[in-house]
Design a protein around this ligand. Structure first.
Ligand SMILES: [Cu+2]
Length: 127
């Protein structure tokens, strides 16, 4: 009796940690890793698959910026990307990286990206 309880606790712990590990790997880009500055240019990485990740990115305002949206076997509507502030609208290829330039003048305030249906979204907060 005692032993079977221990076994079931072990199994459920394994399942819980396994789920976290899996979720962590599935989650795409972490918000702290999403922004990098390389050679005076700001790079923002967003992954698009079943929504956008990370959902909120804090970036530097007034910097020449490239938004890189990565798809990896993305066949849902998050591949249909709209960024109203940039008048940007494109159906991304299912796998690849789309580089969207953002000028220092455009890199101000909050920029929102959406799927064409408005079901999924992400925000870049330039501050
Ligand atoms: Cu959608």
């Amino acid at each position: 009796m005692q032993k079977s309880i221990l076994v079931s606790i072990c199994v459920s712990l394994l399942l819980i940690f396994g789920a976290f590990w899996f979720a962590g790997r599935q989650g795409g880009v972490d918000s702290t890793d999403a922004v990098s500055i390389v050679g005076g240019k700001q790079l923002i990485d967003i992954s698009a698959k079943g929504g956008y990740s990370p959902r909120v990115v804090i970036a530097k305002a007034g910097m020449p910026t490239v938004l890189r949206v990565a798809t990896r076997g993305t066949f849902d509507c998050s591949a249909s990307l709209v960024i109203p502030k940039l008048s940007y609208q494109k159906f991304l290829s299912p796998t690849g990286t789309e580089e969207i330039p953002i000028s220092p003048e455009q890199a101000q305030g909050t920029m929102q990206g959406l799927c064409s249906m408005g079901m999924y979204n992400f925000q870049i907060k330039f501050q």
